[in-house]
Each structure stands twice: as C-alpha cells, then as structure tokens.
Design a protein around this ligand. Structure first.
Ligand code: SF4
Ligand code: SF4
Length: 474
C-alpha cells in the first residue's frame, strides 16, 4: 500500500458508546449491519449461482450453434452486461459501497476460492505497485474497443473470460493467511473503479477501536483485501464482505452511514493516494476517448489522412486485417478492422486520455500555486493530491457515460439527453462543493477558496463540454 500521505493527521478516533457499537452508528445502520451478517452464511451459495450465471452469459452465445437462439443469447448477454450490470454496479457504490464485490461478484469469489488451494506465495512487488490496476483498466478498456466487446459474443468471452482466468491465476498463486483476494486488491480494473468512487458513497465500515497511525497493509490478517482493520480510515479497498463485522463484540468494524461525499470532502484524513488521483484524471480521459472516436468527424478525417500518408510511405500492411483476438474481424457482419483502424483507435484513445489528464493535472497545479500564494496550509504535493479529488464527481459521470452509455439507451432520446445534461451539471456542482470543503481543510474559505476553485472548475467544465456530442451536439 502506498504510504504517501501517512504523515497526514489520522482519522478522528470514534468514541465507543456501547459494547460493539461505534459513535454515530444509528439504528438504521445497525439494522443493515445485522441483516448483512445474518445473510453471510448464504454467501457461498450466492457466489456459486452467480458464477454459473456469469459462465452461461459469456460462454452460451459462443457455444450455441449459429442460430436465432445464439443471436438472441448474444444480444441478451450484451444488454445484461452493458445496459444493466456495468451502470448499476457502478452507481451502487454510492449507496452500498463495494457490496457488489463482497456479496455478488463471481470473479472475486472464485479468485478467493482458488487461494485455498494455491501455494500462498507472498504478493510480489509488481502486483502491489499502485499503478497495476490503472494499467489493467486502460488495457481492458482499449482492448474492449478494438475487439468490439459490446457487439460480439466472442469479444465478450475474450475480455471477461480472460479477466476471469487472470483472477483465478493470481488468486491461486498469491496471498498468505486466510483466503485472500490479491486480484481484487491489486489488479482488477472494475475493483479500482468501484473502490475510488466508493469514497463518495454513504456506507462505510469503521473500526470500533481505531488504532492510530493511518491505514496499513496486512497480508496475513483476517481481511481478504489485506486491510489492517483496526487502522482502516479509507473505504476504497473494503469489499464489504463483513468478515470483520461482529455485532455485540468489542472488536472489528461496524457499519456507519454518512453524508454523500463525506470521505472525499475530508480526504486528507482518509489516506489519499496518488494512484487514485491519476486514475481519476486518466479514467476521465480514456472514457472520453472511447466515446469520441465513434462520433467525431475529426476521427474519420484523421483516419483518411493517416491512411494516405501510410500508403505514400509504402506501409501497405496497414490495410491488412490483424488477428481476431486483437481487433474486430467479422466479415459476416461486414465489419473488419485493419491495422490502420487498430493503431488509430489505440492512439486516439491514449492521446485523448493523456491530453485530458495532462490538462486537468495542469489546472490542479495552477490551483495549488494560487492556493499557496493565498496562505493555504500544507505542502504543495499534499495539496495537489487532496484538491485533485474535486474531479471525482465529473470523472464518475464521464465513466458512466463513456462505459455505461447503454443505460441511457434504454430511455427515449428526449429523456436521456436531459438526464445526461443533469448528471453533468450535478457533477460540476458537487465537485465545487467538495473542492470548497477540501480547501476549508487547508485553511482557505470565502473569496480565497473561490479563486483557488476556478482552475479546477474550468477543467471540469471542459470535460462536461467534451460530452456535448453525447447530448446530441455535433
Ligand atoms: S475487485 Fe473485481 S473481481 Fe474482485 S470482487 Fe470486485 S469486481 Fe469482482
Ligand atoms: S475490512 Fe472487513 S468488510 Fe472490508 S474487506 Fe476487509 S474483512 Fe471484509
């Protein structure tokens, strides 16, 4: 785990008010906690059922002989995954944290199950590197576009089946102690996404007896995602498996409800991480890249110009189709990518990602510089890191629109467009609100805070503006 900000003030110690409770838990939280714990014995059955459904979804359309049934199964799988699963699971973090991961996800459960039988090797440094899930996310997102994961059952099987195999292999090999999920903590692209935005959610598990010192990584402890539970101050790695929740006992964690965005607003006390900030910036960019190449005429113009240039230089191979595991090769559907398409899609997505991430980082840096001149507390690096979390809402809406756009396709255009516009406006306002609270923690308020918020607000507005084509603009 990164200890980048371990020097920051530790999370306020909750006062224990009664055995097995934490301060501010409340009756609703207690009931949810009790319900969750009572359902825990059923989890293996839930996981088994989910695994069967998942395998049927990704294998069925490919294994069925070509027929209307196979086509309908493919369309159903596509709709269930992109229209329902992705957007709903993504949004669920706001109300349930990473409950998907701990309760329902078949991949994480299978990875943990494999850990029982493996050699339980220590988790290697390359896997523990905080950039690993970001690389995994970008790789899967770009590959998904080039192989047509939303359109072809074979591509769906490749991406999700490949991810499952990786989860099983990593789960089998790595993680000591009681059934670990090295995959979920260190490599799953979806886990990264859910973890970052679970910080905005209203559910948290907090230690009944908080130990000082900030978050720590504990490979041999009870937690499947290596959280040292008594030092936990951040929600991103907690998959809500409830293994550490024991109502009525003095130790462990207890469920608590909080205001939306509360953890981000006080991010300096909740172990902010540089990798998370980079994910917010890069994720926003790659989501835009994945959307814009499909709709912008500029992409087609670039393709034409690059194709002509390549032929002029004798790069004739660029007009040949590549392997089907790397790009769309479906002559039966009259869609075949050649190397030109592959290179341009990858280059476009990565280029847009870097441009947006660079611009947002630059604006954040400008805000930090202004803040420093206005007397903000703390070092520039710390302030850059914490203030960057103001982009969390706009990043979340960008990823929802870019990767979960099918959800909006369920609505008629006259309803989908105002809904998307409303979400973008909400994200801008929420980002400003969070930024103001973060700056208050740095000792800035009033006009000083307003001035420091300007660059970030401009960046978030530029991201919102880049989604204009999704609202029906050109
Ligand atoms: S981290 Fe990934 S594999 Fe693990 S439970 Fe969550 S979504 Fe599933
Ligand atoms: S902190 Fe507790 S609930 Fe969260 S993942 Fe670890 S054991 Fe499960």
């Amino acid at each position: 785990m990164s200890r980048t900000m371990s020097e920051l003030p530790s999370f306020a110690v909750p006062l224990r008010v009664e055995i097995g409770e934490v301060r501010g838990q409340g009756p609703v939280a207690k009931r949810i906690e009790a319900l969750g714990v009572s359902l825990r014995p059923w989890l293996p059955w839930v996981h088994a059922a989910m695994l069967c459904a998942f395998l049927a979804l990704i294998l069925g359309p490919v294994l069925l002989p070509a027929s209307d049934l196979a086509r309908n199964a493919g369309a159903l799988a596509n709709w269930l995954i992109w229209g329902l699963w992705f957007p709903l699971v993504f949004l669920s973090v706001l109300v349930a944290g990473r409950a998907w991961c701990g309760i329902l996800c078949p991949m994480g459960a299978a990875s943990q199950w494999m850990n029982r039988f493996g050699p339980k090797r220590p988790i290697p440094g390359w896997l523990r590197w905080e950039g690993t899930p970001i690389a995994s996310f970008v790789l899967v997102t770009v590959l998904g576009q080039t192989v047509g994961v939303r359109d072809y059952p074979g591509a769906l099987l490749e991406v999700f089946g490949g991810t499952l195999v990786a989860a099983l292999a990593i789960g089998f090999l790595y993680g000591r102690g009681r059934q670990k999920r090295a995959w979920c903590r260190h490599a799953c692209p979806i886990g990264l996404l859910l973890g970052v935005f679970s910080r905005l959610g209203i559910v948290d598990l907090v230690p009944k007896r908080q130990r000082a010192g900030g978050d720590a990584y504990q490979e041999k402890g009870l937690c499947p995602t290596m959280i040292d539970i008594n030092r936990k101050t951040e929600s991103r790695h907690c998959i809500m498996c409830l293994r550490c929740v024991h109502p009525g006992r003095r130790g462990g964690l207890a469920l608590r409800l909080r205001a939306p965005g509360a953890e981000v607003a006080a991010i300096a006390r909740h172990h902010p991480a540089g990798s998370e900030l980079w994910f917010l910036l890069l994720g926003t960019g790659v989501a835009l890249g994945a959307f814009l190449w499909l709709v912008l005429p500029e992409y087609q113009a670039l393709r034409q110009a690059f194709g002509v240039w390549a032929i002029d230089h004798g790069w004739y191979w660029i007009g040949q189709p590549g392997p089907a595991w790397l790009m769309v090769v479906h002559p039966e559907a009259r869609e075949v990518f050649v190397w030109l398409d592959f290179l341009l899609i990858v280059g476009w997505m990565l280029g847009v990602m870097l441009v947006f991430a660079g611009a947002l980082a630059g604006l954040n840096l400008a805000a930090v510089w202004v803040g420093g001149h206005l007397g903000a507390r703390g070092g520039a690096r710390e302030r850059f890191l914490t203030l960057g979390y103001q982009f969390a809402p706009v990043a979340m809406v960008s990823l929802l629109m870019g990767l979960g756009g099918e959800l909006f396709a369920l609505l008629p255009a006259q309803e989908a467009v105002p809904l998307k516009a409303g979400l973008l406006v909400l994200a801008l306002v929420w980002g400003l609100f969070l930024g103001r609270r973060i700056l208050a923690g740095q000792g800035l308020s009033g006009w000083r805070a307003a001035l420091v918020l300007l660059p970030g607000a401009a960046g978030a507005a530029a991201v919102a503006g880049a989604w204009w084509p999704a609202l029906g603009g050109v």
